[in-house]
Design a protein around this ligand. Sequence first.
Ligand SMILES: O=C(O)c1ccccc1NCC(=O)[C@H](O)[C@H](O)COP(=O)(O)O
Length: 241
Amino acid sequence: MPKLELLPAVDVRDGQAVRLVHGESGSETSYGSPLQAALAWQRSGAEWLHLVDLDAAFGTGDNRALIAEVAGAMDIKVELSGGIRDDATLAAALATGCRRVNLGTAALETPEWVAKVIAEHGDKIAVGLDVRGTTLRGRGWTRDGGDLYETLARLDSEGCARYVVTDIAKDGTLQGPNLELLKNVCAATDKPVVASGGVSSLDDLRAISSLVPAGVEGAIVGKALYAKAFTLEEALEAVSV
Ligand SMILES: O=C(O)c1ccccc1NCC(=O)[C@H](O)[C@H](O)COP(=O)(O)O
């Protein structure tokens, strides 16, 4: 059985690595230099980095140059998220050399464009399914964007390669992942699922690992690493069996 991939997160707001609670603007705790955080995860053995431009997601500007600097400094695979909504922002994101991008708002607001870029770029495109209950949220998680399962069926039919699933109610809270949501999404699609939001302990990671046979491929970990609930080395060890 393949092991669960771990993606330590670096969320960037106003040039700083931050974590939000429920993804809400203004709830930031700052953790300093995004580049230093990313390099630290790489030194600790990460194979992936989940890198988010929160300003681009919220429409409060962007950290494009810094994001490109961080992605360019990585020897590991990078998943890039935040504000990728049209040809220009997609081209800039892919030009960083990232392994894949994560589309959110665009999948809700411009489905024709998303179908086109899925056809063009294949598994370089993942879609973030960020939900409250079963309602999707876009524009930095501030606006409702339709039903989770209807959107998932549409994206599946368009050949979307992978989904990053976040329960916003859990995100940044250290309250544990929404395992039911992950199971339900895996039951609704054959495509791999990356779990995001709420991881608080090594047991949470083991619980997500138990869903690998169901279709969970990876887990994004943010707050727990910054809050030193465990180290990345411990996390990698916990999912290695
Ligand atoms: O990814 C986005 O585009 C995004 C937009 C608006 C608010 C938050 C956003 N992402 C947050 C993340 O991807 C977190 O890094 C991730 O869910 C980790 O959560 P946690 O382990 O609970 O800190």
